[in-house]
Write a protein that binds this ligand. Structure first.
Ligand code: 13P
Length: 306
């Protein structure tokens, strides 16, 4: 035992409560007509920026981890332990869910074992029968463990971590089939794309979104590819039933631009400007600003304890 540390009821309860499932926060978001942001993390700076901004904004937050990012950060256990330790050491009090993004079947089980509180099984590339079968199995497992589960129907366009989707719209009947399996949130393609949107992007298909929500009832819907979607489309998507919006690329672009500016201004050569704590600071601040802007747009600011 660490010198001076005595486990007591208070710190035991705290360690059990550090991560929450996303189910409750999304139900509240749906009822309150706002969306909770999923911000993908890539390293220590990303995680710290996301947690501190959520705390500052008094907003619930979902930290997304793709399989590639998990591998980059030395595995899912490293990620889960880092996030839990940061929540503790930074005194984060807002609800935080740690969520696998676009998980494979095997990846889902790895994250469950590593201590994630939420899982996305992306079975959209399987025939619908296989997507149903695997999603159903995982829904049972997650329910038993108190984790939340996101499923996907109809692939999201663009490329993420080497997975390329064409961006076709989901079939609302298939969405209903998957939603009825006991999942907590559903990602349905409605013309959204990961990464930057091309100049000739046709926009989101609101008719499809509306149909999906009508058929799936109260199911919280997830909008992937949150980077670069105009504010009016985001608001309309929330009005039509989107309760979770994923953002990844926009934080990466903000981080890269701020870091470039620092280096191009020669600041890394001024004094100890090369010290990583200084070198990475502008990028860190840019991630915080981006997340804050998104939380304001999604309407989740101040909702952490409602
Ligand atoms: P962007 O990278 O386009 O923001 O999309 C993120 C996402 O949907 C993660 O699943």
């Amino acid at each position: 035992m660490v010198l001076g540390f005595r486990p007591n009821k208070k710190n035991k309860r705290r360690s059990l409560n550090m991560l929450v499932s996303a189910a409750e926060m999304l139900k509240k978001a749906k009822a309150g007509h706002y969306a909770v942001g999923q911000f993908n993390i890539n390293n220590m700076e990303w995680t710290k920026a996301a947690l501190l901004t959520a705390e500052e904004c008094k907003s619930p937050i979902i930290l997304g981890v793709s399989e590639g990012a998990g591998k980059y950060m030395c595995g899912f256990k490293t990620v889960a332990d880092m996030v839990k330790a940061m929540i503790d050491e930074l005194n984060i009090t807002v609800p935080v869910a740690l969520h696998l993004d676009h998980g494979t079947y095997d990846g889902c089980y790895k994250c469950i074992k590593a201590g994630f509180s939420s899982i996305m099984f992306d079975g959209s590339h399987y025939p619908i029968e296989e997507n149903v079968e695997k999603t159903k199995e995982l829904a049972g497992v997650c329910k038993g463990l108190g984790l939340s589960l996101e499923a996907e129907v109809g692939s999201i366009g663009g490329e993420e971590d080497g997975v390329v989707g064409m961006g076709e719209c989901a079939d609302p009947e298939e969405c209903k089939m998957i939603a009825d399996l006991g999942v907590d949130m559903l990602a349905a393609g409605i013309g959204n794309i990961h990464g930057k949107y091309p100049e000739n992007w046709a926009g989101l298909s609101f008719d499809v979104l509306d149909n999906i929500q009508k058929l799936t009832g109260e199911m919280p819907l997830v909008l992937h590819g949150g980077t670069g979607i105009p504010a009016d489309m985001i608001k309309k998507a929330i009005d039509l039933g989107v309760s979770k919006i994923n953002v990844n690329t926009e934080c990466q672009l903000a981080f890269a631009a701020a870091t470039r500016e620092y280096i191009e201004a020669g600041k890394d050569n001024e004094g100890k400007g090369y010290d990583p704590r200084k070198l990475l600071k502008p990028g860190f601040d840019a991630i915080c600003d981006t997340i804050k802007e998104k939380m304001e747009l999604f309407g989740s600011v101040g909702k952490a304890f409602e």
